[in-house]
Design a protein around this ligand. Structure first.
Ligand SMILES: C[S@@+](CC[C@H](N)C(=O)[O-])C[C@H]1O[C@@H](n2cnc3c(N)ncnc32)[C@H](O)[C@@H]1O
Length: 219
């Protein structure tokens, strides 16, 4: 398997134009690339308090808020520009009363701890940006309520997409910065998290972990 190359540019996506373009891209193709992620999330049958990590311009935040009308969502995102776009998108959709955006990083232990406990923690296409996976997974696992579920969805670093010459440069960089199942398993082993599964859905990867012994994971 080709080695992992972390993103060279800043991990936090900023700039009014770039963030607006990202939302437009999500509106065009989000229903395709987020389809399986949203289905796995629905399969967990959760409601209550949700924590989203790396919410970007908020397209999938709005989808989740629409689907779960009784749910409160806290969305952590390090880019102030992304948060500005996301807030206005959620307002347009009439969903802003149930979504709170917090500027920060998943690795920030004090920040994540301060947000309380959650029934479901999820993230799409942000994992490959994270600088410290052990810290991030530790923070998120601790923020789960008993029986809470963690769902992380991202690209998989796969030789087929790693070498593709014709996809956009940014996407190739993201593929090269993403993980393989064995790397995720070694993080889980370090943290002694046992009730988890990593599944391949080429070209994507899902990671599901549940707090509490003896519970089944649905993917
Ligand atoms: C590729 S975008 C994904 C946006 C959206 N979740 C989606 O599915 O399209 C990755 C997002 O993760 C954010 N991010 C980067 N590093 C992060 C970190 N350490 N903690 C939390 N979010 C991070 C970026 O600012 C960006 O908004």
């Amino acid at each position: 398997m080709p080695r992992r190359i972390p993103h060279t540019e800043t991990e936090v996506i900023t700039g009014k134009e770039t963030t607006e373009e990202y939302l437009e891209m999500q509106k065009r193709i989000g229903r395709f690339y987020l389809k399986r992620f949203l289905r796995i999330l629905a399969d967990q049958g959760k409601s209550g308090r949700f924590l989203e990590i790396g919410s970007g311009p908020g397209y999938q935040t709005a989808k989740v808020a629409e689907k779960y009308p009784k749910t409160e969502i806290v969305a952590v995102e390090p880019s102030a520009d992304m948060i500005t776009i996301a807030k206005s998108y959620l307002e347009q959709k009439g969903l802003s009363d149930r979504v709170r955006f917090v500027e920060g990083l998943v690795e920030d232990e004090a920040l994540i701890k301060d947000l309380g406990r959650f029934d479901l923690i999820y993230s799409s296409f942000s994992l490959h940006h994270w600088k410290n996976l052990v810290k991030a997974f530790q923070n998120l696992y601790q923020a789960l309520k008993e029986d809470g579920v963690l769902l992380i969805y991202d690209l998989e670093r796969h030789w087929l997409t790693y070498y593709l010459p014709f996809i956009r440069r940014g996407i190739v960089e993201s593929v090269r910065a993403s993980y393989i199942p064995e790397e995720i398993s070694s993080i889980m082993a370090k943290l002694n998290i046992q009730n988890y599964q990593v599944q391949r859905h080429f070209p994507y990867l899902s990671i599901l972990a549940r707090k509490g012994a003896g519970s089944n994971l649905s993917s």
